[in-house]
Design a protein around this ligand. Structure first.
Ligand code: TYD
Ligand code: MG
Length: 455
C-alpha cells in the first residue's frame, strides 16, 4: 500500500519573516496580528548537497583572492538611480524595488529598461503587451529594442531568459509570479520565496542583473519585500505621497554601496523625471517674505535639502485647539509648542496650529526643529522671517539649541543656493564660520531666536 506522507508545513510571518512550527494569531517576534502564513515545504527534496565530491570548493587565503573588477553598467539619463545603486548596476546582482501600489515602480523600471543601451528582457505579469507599449511610448524616447514578455510562470520566464540571454532582466512583479514546483497561490510566502530563489540562481549563473518589483501595503505586511530582503543584494524603496508629484528612491540594503544615498523624482505626464536640484523645488519662488514660513536645512540620506516649512497659528474658535501636521510628527510639534510656552512665554493654548512641509515630504531629521520653531513664532507674532535666512538645529526640552550632524554639508548647500545667513547651534564643535557668502549665526537657546528675529 502506498504510504501517504504528510506535507511539511511551517508558518512564516509576512511582516518580519519569523518562522514558526505552529500557527499563532500574533507573531511573537514583531507582534503583528494575523501575519502568519502557511508555507508548504517543497515537494522535491530540498536538501541536496550541491557541493558533493569533486565540486567541493577549496579553502583560500584572503590575500590570494583576486578582485575581479566588476564593470558596473551605467544608466544613461537617470543619474538618481545610478547614484542610489552605488554607481551603476553590478552584474549578477539581484535588486528588489518595493513600494506601495501605484507609486510608480513599473514606470521607473520600464523607463530604465527602455533607455538602457543593452539587451533587456522585461517580464510583466501585471499588464498586457499593449498596455506596456502605451506606457513605454509615453515615458521613453527610444523603446523599440526592449523585449517584452507577459508571463507569470517562473519556469517559462527562466526558460525564455535562458534562450534569449539578455543583459538585464526585469520582473514586474514578484507577487504575480508563480512556480509550478510548489502548490501555493501566487503571492503567497512559498511562491514568492521559490520564485525569488529561481531568479537568484539565474542571476548568479548567467551574471545577469535582475530587477524584481514587489508591492507592499501601507503597513508593509503583505507577503513580499520583507521576506526577500535577505535573499537580494540591493533593496530599493520607492516612496512618496500619491497626491504629490515627488517620489523618493532609497536603499535599505546595498551590498555594493552606501545606503545613505537617495534619489528624487518628479512624476510627470511623460514619466518620472530625475530631480537633480530638489531644494529649488521645495522652496516657493515667491520673493516677498511671508509670516509663518521659514526654511530649514535638513538631510535626506546623505543629501542636504533646503525645505520650506509653513505654520499657521490662528485663534481657535472651538474649545479644543487643533494641532495638525503634514510631513512632520504631531507629537514632536506638541513638544516644540510646550517648549515655546515654558521657555519663551509664547502661548499657543488658545490657538489652532497647522504645520506643513513643502512637497509632501516627511521629515524625520531633528535639525528641522529650529525652522519649525521660527515658523511658529513668525505666524503667532505675524512677523515674517527673511527668505535669505535658513535654519539647522535641534531644539531640546529645556529650550537649548542642540547640534546636528553633517553641519558643513548643510552650510555649503545653503551657501550654494544663495542664502545669506544660516542659524545653527552655538555648541556645534567645528570652527564653522569661514564661508565666503554666507554668515553663520550661532545661538544657544530658543529665547535668543526670539530676540534675534521677532522683537
Ligand atoms: P505605476 O508605475 O503603474 O505604479 P506601480 O507599478 O508602483 O503600481 O504608476 C502608476 C501611477 O503613475 C499612475 O497612477 C499614473 C502615474 N503616471 C504618471 O503620472 N505619468 C506617467 O507617465 C505614468 C506612466 C504614470
Ligand atoms: Mg506596477
Amino acid at each position: 500500500m502506498l504510504k501517504m506522507t504528510k506535507p511539511r508545513i511551517r508558518y512564516v510571518c509576512n511582516s518580519c519573516g519569523t518562522v514558526l512550527t505552529r500557527w499563532e494569531g500574533r507573531c511573537p517576534s514583531c507582534k503583528e496580528w494575523g501575519s502568519l502564513e502557511e508555507e508548504i515545504l517543497q515537494k522535491h527534496k530540498t536538501h541536496v548537497r550541491h557541493y558533493a565530491g569533486k565540486q567541493q570548493r577549496d579553502v583560500v587565503r584572503l590575500k590570494d583572492i583576486e578582485i575581479t573588477n566588476e564593470q558596473r553598467l551605467t544608466i544613461p539619463g537617470d543619474s538618481e538611480i545610478q547614484r542610489v545603486l552605488g554607481g551603476g548596476i553590478v552584474p549578477g546582482s539581484l535588486i528588489l524595488i518595493g513600494g506601495q501600489p501605484g507609486i510608480g515602480k513599473s514606470t521607473l523600471m520600464l523607463q530604465m529598461a527602455c533607455n538602457l543601451p543593452h539587451k533587456v528582457l522585461y517580464i510583466s505579469g501585471e499588464e498586457s503587451e499593449s498596455q506596456i507599449k502605451l506606457r513605454a511610448s509615453r515615458v521613453a524616447k527610444a523603446c523599440d529594442e526592449c523585449l517584452i514578455l507577459c508571463e507569470t510562470n517562473m519556469e517559462q520566464v527562466i526558460h525564455h531568459a535562458g534562450e534569449l540571454s539578455p543583459d538585464l532582466l526585469f520582473v514586474d512583479s514578484i507577487q504575480t509570479a508563480y512556480s509550478s514546483s510548489v502548490d501555493a497561490i501566487a503571492g503567497s510566502v512559498t511562491q514568492i520565496r521559490t520564485c525569488a530563489a529561481q531568479l537568484q540562481s539565474f542571476a548568479r549563473k548567467t551574471n545577469t542583473p535582475v530587477f524584481i518589483i514587489g508591492h507592499i501595503t501601507k503597513e508593509g505586511n503583505l507577503a513580499g519585500p520583507k521576506l526577500l530582503e535577505h535573499i537580494v543584494d540591493v533593496v530599493l524603496q520607492f516612496e512618496g505621497d500619491r497626491h504629490y508629484i515627488y517620489r523618493i528612491l532609497r536603499t535599505t540594503k546595498n551590498r555594493y554601496g552606501s545606503t545613505d544615498e537617495i534619489g528624487i523624482y518628479e512624476m510627470e505626464s511623460n514619466g518620472l523625471r530625475p530631480v537633480a536640484n530638489p531644494s529649488e523645488l521645495l522652496i516657493s519662488p515667491v520673493e516677498e517674505s511671508l509670516s509663518g514660513t521659514s526654511i530649514g536645512c535638513t538631510l535626506e540620506g546623505a543629501r542636504p535639502l533646503l525645505i520650506e516649512t509653513q505654520a499657521l497659528v490662528s485663534p481657535s474658535v472651538y474649545g479644543q485647539p487643533q494641532r495638525s501636521c503634514t510631513g512632520y510628527d504631531t507629537r514632536r510639534l506638541n513638544m516644540l509648542l510646550a517648549v515655546l510656552e515654558k521657555r519663551c512665554h509664547l502661548y499657543f493654548g488658545q490657538h489652532d496650529v497647522f504645520l506643513n512641509m513643502a512637497g509632501g515630504l516627511k521629515i524625520m531629521d531633528p535639525a528641522i526643529d529650529l525652522a519649525i520653531v521660527a515658523a511658529l513664532i513668525s505666524s503667532l507674532n505675524d512677523i515674517p522671517v527673511d527668505k535669505k535666512i535658513c535654519f539647522a538645529g535641534e531644539v531640546g526640552l529645556s529650550g537649548e539649541i542642540r547640534t546636528v550632524n553633517r553641519i558643513e554639508q548643510r552650510i555649503l548647500e545653503a551657501e550654494r543656493l544663495g542664502f545669506e545667513q544660516i542659524v545653527v547651534s552655538q555648541y556645534q564643535k567645528k570652527n564653522i564660520t569661514d564661508y565666503k557668502s554666507i554668515e553663520v549665526r550661532k545661538i544657544g537657546k530658543v529665547t535668543e531666536l526670539v530676540d534675534l528675529f521677532f522683537t
